[in-house]
Design a protein around this ligand. Structure first.
Ligand code: KIV
Ligand code: ZN
Length: 528
């Protein structure tokens, strides 16, 4: 059968939130969240989703396996180094879903990486890349993407040589990573242009050149757009720009720049831009980090006008100070917030709409929590529902596994000191204690610690490393979201809790962090 011709103006969007994005400290999430994200990305019509790096953890393996098998409408990609073990692991995760999946093989090509990290000569690196690509093909996959890691610090002639070798070996997409956000000015687009002109197999085999930018100098989106203008036709991006260090290219910026300035770029993506806002809010609730008010496209301030002259202009004609409409990006909540008047049916439908299929038991628990919340705040937003669901799932898991759970929390303040009383349970034991402190974080931490220490449930020198609090979606009635980072020896873990009462939110965050640190190795991070 003749191969379908590629539309030369169509840009493929490759989302790596669940792989590179997840590498951002404190942004780790598990397979259930990856599946939820995958469904939302499919709804937004992302072309490829990198669901994980299977050999790196059981969690990533499971996430890739499930996305490849359970989520229609999106190509599932998985990362592998250029060696057989990594490739075998990806193949195992893809299983019989191999035909709709893509393997993304990478090896570092800059001198500093080859010498110091890999301890390999350039010839060995080319050989490893070619062998890996051929091995993947022999395993039965033909959708192969290859990345020469740190391409922007790789000498051009070597870069061209390995790109050509990878294409001859069978890679159909070649990704050119600016791994450390190093490229400035015209360097990155020039690299793309030169590859297209000097590596003839790119045109002959209709290879898609792809872009992968990091934001160390704040240039990830600018470089990605320049690379697309130069002829690349795939962009690696993440939701809200999360990723290693300063993050990756923010998907919404690229998509909306292309759409808003189609007159300039003359390029299209397949993205349903109305799903940009809901996707940003979903990722924010999965990682427990608020969307920054000024984050382009999705931040709370991007359609707010405060200067008098601007307000006057916008009231007369929106286009005076706005280049895109909030409706186009799903900037506002896409459906009406729920309230205490909302019934079980509407509530269940909304849960399904935002990605949760719940059984009767979970529905009963989460509906009761919703009613409690709706009694405290007039409007319950989708982000609140994400938090309720995540909390309910975490509690149910803790109950099944005998992990720590919160039973009750109470407090009073005397002479400026806050005393917090907590009741906890784990493994059928009940612990009660109180603790004091000046603020909600230290008072609740001291109460939780003394409750667990009394029963010898405190595992050692745990340190409260950092904490912060932010508000959920909505106005003055929003829930407070508390986040903490704790550490024990070489490991750290994050925890999050939300509630209309900040003391309760802090207590929940400590418990979540303790469970992640003590009981869930996949959610800990090595810190030394
Ligand atoms: O930044 C990078 O180079 C990467 C590669 C694995 C593509 O993330
Ligand atoms: Zn990267």
């Amino acid at each position: 059968m003749a191969k379908k011709k590629r539309d030369k103006n169509r840009v493929l969007i490759f989302d790596t939130t669940a792989r590179d994005g997840k590498q951002s400290p404190g942004c780790n999430f598990g397979p259930d969240d990856t599946i939820r994200l995958a469904h939302q990305l499919a709804r937004m019509k992302v072309d490829v989703m990198e669901a994980g790096f299977p050999v790196s953890s059981d969690d990533d393996f499971e996430a890739v396996r499930r996305v490849a098998h359970e989520v229609p409408g999106i190509t599932c990609a998985a990362l592998a180094r250029a060696n057989k073990d990594d490739i075998d692991c990806v193949m195992k995760a893809f299983g019989d879903a191999i035909k709709r999946s893509r393997i993304h093989i990478f090896i570092a090509t800059s001198d500093v990486h080859m010498e110091k990290k890999l301890n390999k000569s350039p010839d060995e690196v080319i050989r490893m890349a070619v062998e890996a690509i051929k091995y993947a093909q022999a395993c039965g996959i033909d959708n192969i993407e290859f990345s020469p890691e740190d391409a922007s610090r790789t000498g051009f002639s070597f870069l061209a040589k390995i790109v050509a070798a990878a294409a001859w070996a069978g890679a159909r997409t070649i990704n050119i990573p600016d791994t450390v956000g190093y490229a400035v000015g015209t360097e990155y687009p020039n690299m793309i242009l030169r590859l297209m002109h000097e590596v003839s197999i790119i045109e002959r085999n209709d290879i898609v050149l792809s872009l992968h930018c990091h934001n160390d100098c704040g240039l990830a989106t600018a470089n990605t757009l320049a690379g697309l203008a130069a002829g690349a036709r795939q962009a690696h991006c993440t939701i809200n720009g999360i990723g290693e260090r300063a993050g990756n290219t923010h998907l919404a910026e690229v998509v909306m720049a292309l759409k808003t300035r189609r007159d300039y770029y003359k390029l299209d993506t397949g993205i349903n831009t109305k799903e940009i806002g809901p996707t940003a809010r979903l990722v924010s609730s999965i990682i427990g980090k608020p969307i920054h008010d000024t984050l382009p496209i999705v931040g709370a301030n991007v359609h707010a006008h405060s200067a008098g002259i601007h307000q006057d202009g916008v009231l007369k004609e929106r286009a005076t100070y706005e280049i895109m409409s909030p409706e186009d990006t799903g900037w506002q909540e896409e459906s009406l917030p729920l309230s205490s008047q909302s019934g079980r049916h509407g509530f269940k439908q909304r849960l399904a709409y935002i990605g949760y299929e719940v059984n009767a038991k979970t529905f009963g628990v989460v509906y009761a929590k919703f009613k409690e919340l709706a009694a405290m705040k007039p409007l319950v937003h989708n982000t609140d529902l994400h938090m309720l669901m995540q909390e309910t799932e975490a509690e149910q898991h803790a109950e099944e596994e005998g992990w720590i759970r919160l039973l009750n929390v109470d407090y009073h303040k005397l002479d400026g000191t806050r005393r917090v009383f907590v009741g906890l349970t784990a493994n059928d034991n009940t612990f009660e204690a109180s603790g004091t402190g000046n603020g909600p974080f230290d008072a609740t931490w001291s109460a939780v610690r003394s409750a667990l220490t009394r029963q010898k449930f405190w595992p050692g020198e745990i340190k409260l490393e950092s904490f912060d609090v932010s508000k959920g979606q909505g106005g003055i009635e929003s829930v407070g979201i508390a986040r903490v980072k704790i550490s024990l020896g070489d490991y750290a873990a994050f925890g999050r809790g939300s509630d209309t009462d900040i003391v309760v939110a802090c207590t929940k965050a400590h418990i979540a962090a303790l469970n992640n640190l003590i009981n869930a190795p996949i959610l800990r991070e090595r810190i030394s």
